[in-house]
Design a protein around this ligand. Structure first.
Ligand code: 13P
Length: 254
């Protein structure tokens, strides 16, 4: 079974209410009837509902950028999975590198957030990736393996059917330094092999893997061509609808 490509736009902490609505409408105009590639946008929490309303009835889906480890209660400032789902969003980013490095989310916290997302039926995009110093020290595979193991070990594959894994090398995020297609493919093949060790070969063959880190319309085609790259998680370039749509279109339909 061929894997359906999937491209996400992570808006991070950008846009205000009006801009989020406009961007959603522009994405809908360009990608709302897109077939052959799933498209998801990840607006900031306050704009989840207005963005899902703008995208209602079209093929672009909506996700949140993070989720609380707990289901409800006295956790000021946190946003529970059920709240996200009640806004009409269906996806959530888990363990984005900015959550790990800026907010201190540990592997254990990331694993809890994945469980919290699965418990309410949100589709998770689990993010992994090494820092520049880890790559320079030759630790890329060890870091990625540790992040995958701690999040996925012991989970049943039937709860993970919607799982997407995003490989985002921290040194390539927001830096303009994109991994070469060969560098990205090497780690993607490693991710798929590790998933096969943890969850079985059939699951690994079906799971979709995204690359993230300075993806733009003009560097997407070479990455799309790699056998283990099933799409992208796009940051900066997703804030401009035409550039974002061009990344989706850069895939050579097979
Ligand atoms: P950039 O595309 O801005 O490098 O961000 C990548 C990213 O972190 C997406 O989640």
């Amino acid at each position: 079974m061929p894997r359906t490509p999937i491209v996400g736009g992570n808006w991070k902490m950008n846009t205000d209410l009006a801009q989020a609505g406009t961007l959603a409408a522009e994405v809908r105009h360009r990608l709302g009837s897109q077939r052959g590639c799933d498209v998801v946008v990840f607006p900031p929490f306050p704009f989840l509902r207005p963005v899902t309303e703008r995208l209602d009835g079209c093929r672009v889906e909506v996700g949140a950028q993070d989720v609380a480890t707990e289901a409800k209660g006295a956790f000021t400032g946190a946003v529970a999975g059920a709240m996200i789902a009640s806004c009409g969003a269906s996806w959530v980013l888990i363990g984005h590198s900015e959550r790990r490095s800026v907010f201190g989310d540990s592997d254990a916290v990331v694993a809890k957030k994945l469980s919290a997302a699965l418990a309410v039926g949100l589709k998770p995009v689990l993010c992994v990736g090494e820092s520049r110093s880890e790559r320079e020290a030759g630790q890329t595979f060890a870091v990625v393996r540790r992040q995958l193991e701690s999040a996925l070990a012991g989970l049943a594959t039937d709860t993970l059917r919607a799982l997407v894994i995003a490989y985002e090398p921290v040194w390539a995020i927001g830096t303009g330094l994109v991994a070469t297609p060969a560098q990205a493919q090497e780690v993607h093949a490693f991710v798929r092999g590790t998933v096969a060790d943890l969850l079985g070969r059939a699951f690994a063959d079906a799971v979709r893997l995204q690359y993230g880190g300075s993806v733009k319309a003009d560097n997407a085609a070479g990455l799309w061509a790699q056998p283990d790259i099933d799409g992208f998680l796009v940051g900066g370039a997703s804030l401009e609808a035409e550039g974002f749509a061009a990344i989706v279109r850069a895939r050579r339909a097979d």
